[in-house]
Design a protein around this ligand. Structure first.
Ligand code: PLP
Length: 398
């Protein structure tokens, strides 16, 4: 058959893509993992998701949901039973009180909740202060919504806590919101109550919305997680984002939520109803099971993460890769200063020469220079082997 001739000039090009989308930086993580996927015998400390499968009874709840024919839309805001369970969970755990009918919306992961928050809150040119290093999507979500992400680096010497003076200096008449994420990806930092009280004071003084991504809230080790809206006066100016991906090992189910004052949630719901309609019904049923009966699974996984955390932090520090103790999530963020390499070179050589994958710290924004992210969401024995390989590498270059 003869080739169908495409008239010259008919091909679609980059020029057809909206400028704000074309200008988005490709994710530093993706780029790296496309290379990892082509290699054999790699130990990956690069993964940002639990290595555990979803606990059996939670999966079974999803299967039963499908078998029972629960294959239809739910209400836009999500199953009322799930919103009720979320409200009870948040009240029981943090003493923060949300009305399931109007103050909580079930989303497709925190990813969607971030998208909704930015789209609903920002007018073109509005600024959002984003402490970095942070989850790779934060800046992109702000930009996609027409806003401007003002990056505010945090530093190892402060335990990657925010400096209140720096936060206050970053505020302009265009500042609309502060987007914080603790426990932090990639540093593992858990914000102290004192640091968060400073954020609260500043948010109040400048009438800002605080978007608090608390996706890893149950994965803390030896320190409490402070739920931002539970601080005095903060419930009324905070959008709390959370979900099931990390705590319950449910990344693929894609369930998260946003909770906040009714007027804000109404805005998010307006965007959600036209873009998503409702989060997947069987996944919502599984999430409900996770909340009602899954706490012991979280605790089992948390204990195992903690064992690995102790192994990797001690191992990295012993090799001279100085690591601030991470108290949350499942990441360690060592300095690679002793090697004299930049983080991209370190990650590339470590992968090529020793088959260990880590993520260059700059993938997470300013403040990541000279650091790499090592995830310990991988088996204990694999971490032991990765440390042996790292030792060989450091002996060559350290
Ligand atoms: C801090 C943080 N927020 C949000 C997300 C997105 O999570 P979800 O699976 O709920 O969309 C991630 C995923 O890695 C994350 O690390």
């Amino acid at each position: 058959m003869a080739d169908i001739a495409i008239p010259k000039g008919a091909e679609l090009t980059q020029n057809h893509i909206a400028t704000r989308v074309a200008n988005l930086k490709p994710s530093g993580i993706r780029k790296f993992f496309d290379i990892v996927a082509t290699m054999q015998d790699v130990i990956s400390l690069g993964i940002g998701e639990p290595d555990f499968d979803t606990p059996g009874p939670i999966t079974l709840a999803g299967v039963r949901s499908l078998q029972a024919g629960r294959t239809h839309y739910t209400s836009n805001a999500g199953l009322l039973e799930l919103r009720r369970a979320l409200a009870a969970h948040l009240y029981g755990r943090y003493g923060v009180d949300y009305d399931p009918d109007g103050e909580i919306i079930v989303t497709v992961g925190v990813s969607e909740a971030l998208y909704l928050a930015m789209t609903a809150l920002l007018n073109p040119g509005d600024e959002v202060i984003v402490p970095t290093p942070c989850f790779v999507a934060y800046q992109a979500e702000v930009i996609l919504a027409g806003g401007v992400a003002i990056e505010l680096p945090t530093y190892a010497e402060d335990g990657f806590q925010l400096r209140p003076e720096a936060l206050e200096r970053a505020i302009t008449p265009r500042t609309k919101a502060i987007l914080i994420g603790y426990p932090n990806n990639p540093t593992g930092a858990v914000a102290s109550r004192e640091a968060l009280l400073e954020v609260a004071r500043i948010a109040e003084a400048h009438d800002l919305v605080v978007i608090s991504d608390e996706l890893y809230d149950q994965l803390v080790y030896g320190v409490p997680h402070v739920c931002f809206p539970a601080l005095p006066g903060m419930r009324e100016r905070t959008l709390l984002l959370g979900g099931f991906s990390k705590n319950y090992a449910m990344t693929g189910w894609r369930i998260g939520f946003a909770a906040g004052p009714g007027e804000l949630i109404k805005g998010l719901l307006r965007v959600h109803q036209y873009t998503i309609m409702s989060a997947p019904t069987p996944a919502q049923d599984a999430a409900l099971e996770a909340l009602l009966n899954g706490q012991h699974h979280v605790e089992e996984m948390r204990r195992e993460y903690n064992r690995r955390r102790e192994l990797i932090v001690a191992g990295l520090n012993k090799l001279g890769l100085e690591t601030v103790e991470p108290h949350g999530a499942f990441y360690a963020f060592p300095s690679i200063g002793v090697t004299g390499m930049d983080e991209e070179t370190f990650a590339r050589r470590l992968l090529e020469e020793e088959r260990v994958a880590v993520v260059p710290g700059t993938a997470f924004g300013p403040g990541g220079e000279g650091y790499v992210r090592c995830s310990y969401a991988t088996a204990y024995e694999k971490i032991e082997e990765a440390l042996r390989r790292l030792e060989r590498f450091i002996l060559r270059y350290g």
